[in-house]
Every structure is written in C-alpha cells, then in structure tokens.
Design a protein around this ligand. Structure first.
Ligand code: PAF
Length: 280
C-alpha cells in the first residue's frame, strides 16, 4: 500500500491505472477505521482492480460547536488495518493540501437537508458535498462506497452524482453492528461505559417499530412516539430527532408506504449517535 499526501501525485497514479484500463474503487473516510469501514473496503476490493481509501477529517462539515478537534484519529492503526484489507493507495492529504486558499468555492446542497441531521447541522452536507466533489475529481473512481448508517449522506451524494454528472456508481453498504445491535461508529469510543451499555436501545427501538409496522401500525406519529418512549425510558440520551420519511427523497409521510426510512439521532454526554432502518 502506498500512502499519498499530495493531490498531484494521487492524480498521476490514478491516470497510470486508467491508461491500463484498470477500474478504481474508492472508499472515502475520516479515519479511525472500524469494521463498518472494513466492510466497505473489502467490497471495493472484490469489485475493482485498484482500491483507494481516503482519510481526511474534513473541517468543512463540522459546525463551530461540533467535535472536529476531538474527532478520534489514529493514523498508524488505520494504516495497519488498510494494509490488512489490501488497499492499494491511502490518500491522506492535509487540510492545507485540500483547501490551500480556504474553501473559496463550496457546493450547496438544496434538497434533502432540512430534515434529520441536516436540520440540526446547518452547512454539514454542503461540507460533505464539497469534499466529495473534490475527492471524486482527484480519484475519478468508477465506484464509490458509502455506509448506509449515514443514509441522508447516501441520499445527498446520490443527488450530487446525478446533478453534477459524475460517471460514478454509488454503492451503498449495509450497517455493521456490534453484537448488541449498536451501529459501529468511530464516535462510539467517546461513550462513557454507562452510556455504552445504554446505547443499544437505539437499535432495539428501531426493531420494535419494525415489529409494530409488521403488526399493522402505519401511523408515523404513533411509531415515533413508541421509539421516543423506549429510548427515554432506557437511557439518559437526549433525543435529537426520530423521523420517518420517504427514502431516498426524504419527504414527510402521512402514513407508512413505499420505501421509507426510520432515522434516529441521540445525544449522549460527549457524542451524538445516529442509526436507521430503511424498509422497502
Ligand atoms: O462519512 C464520512 O466519514 C464523511 O462524511 C465523508 C463521506 C468521508 C466525507 O468527509
């Protein structure tokens, strides 16, 4: 595996492989890799000649009061994990390399951002779309892999690919969970031991809602109340949102129908966790 820190060198390497007719699979991350990321990488490994992993904690997608400075980082461990998954290139640029003039131009996402995380994180998806646009230009992959845990991000990137005509196939990959159901996340390390015990209630509440739907409940208001009651009853987490929306359009639903997402965000003392289920 080669670690590359400059855009120029990354683009040159990509060009060499393109000339040889080799396909490129891309896994963008902010590092502190966990099993969820490794699942994305191993899928990319199976489906492409060359795998590029990027690690870049993108300041543009963090609000002023968010956890940019405390976002977990461990480059050596990430390198070892990426080597283990047979990544070909690890693109690891600095903030100056990515934004040498500050972000002088940014991508503004117009739709699907006034709900879920977009509501409480203004500008977050503009930051994501801006960095992904840059990374897509630098790496020019045929396929890009994103975890469904960030389902709103998947929907926004799908819109970005369509609107900006990127010749890239987005591959959404299922959520990887701990044994107790907690969705894997780099941020889980910031849960206290007590919170770690409580956090799986988020997934249990989703499963409970799914059961209620299977038993015939189709009112989103009833379902969100069920979820909220369970989370507040079994944890000290503060609910940021519980929403049921059409997917991938992310529009409110009067009653459960078609393809939809049940998405949750819960704030614990040092970390905000998200989870969801998408039901077709
Ligand atoms: O999901 C993430 O880790 C980030 O939002 C991404 C896609 C790498 C963009 O910075």
């Amino acid at each position: 595996m080669r670690v590359i820190t400059t855009i120029k060198e990354m683009q040159n390497e990509v060009l060499k492989h393109k000339r040889l007719g080799q396909s490129i699979g891309f896994v963008p991350t902010m590092g502190f890799l966990h099993e969820g990321h490794l699942t994305l990488i191993s899928k990319a490994r199976k489906e492409n000649d060359i795998v590029v992993l990027s690690i870049f904690v993108n300041p543009l997608q963090f609000g002023p009061k968010e956890d940019f400075s405390t976002y977990p980082r461990d480059f050596d461990r990430d390198c070892a994990l990426a080597e283990g998954e047979k990544v070909d290139y690890l693109f690891y640029p600095s903030v100056d390399e990515m934004y040498p003039q500050g972000p002088s131009v940014k991508v503004v996402v117009q739709e699907r951002t006034d709900v879920l995380c977009g509501k409480s994180r203004p500008g977050h998806f503009d930051g994501v779309a801006t960095v992904i646009t840059k990374l897509f230009h630098i790496i020019s992959p045929e396929k890009a892999y994103f975890g469904k845990k960030d389902a709103q991000q998947v929907a926004v990137i799908e819109g970005l690919i369509t609107d900006f005509n990127f010749p890239i196939q987005l591959i959404p990959v299922d959520i990887v969970r701990e044994e107790d159901g907690l969705a894997k996340s780099s941020r889980n390390v910031n849960l206290s031991p007590e919170e770690r015990k409580q956090a799986p209630v988020i997934y249990r509440s989703l499963e409970n809602a799914k059961r209620a739907i299977n038993d015939g409940e189709n009112n989103p208001v009833v379902l969100t109340s069920l979820i909220k009651e369970m989370i507040t009853g079994e944890s000290n987490g503060q609910i940021d949102y519980v929403e049921i929306l059409s997917y991938p359009q992310l529009r409110p639903l009067e009653k459960i129908d078609g393809s939809f997402i049940i998405a949750i965000a819960v704030k614990f003392s040092k970390v905000r966790l998200i989870d969801n289920i998408i039901i077709q």
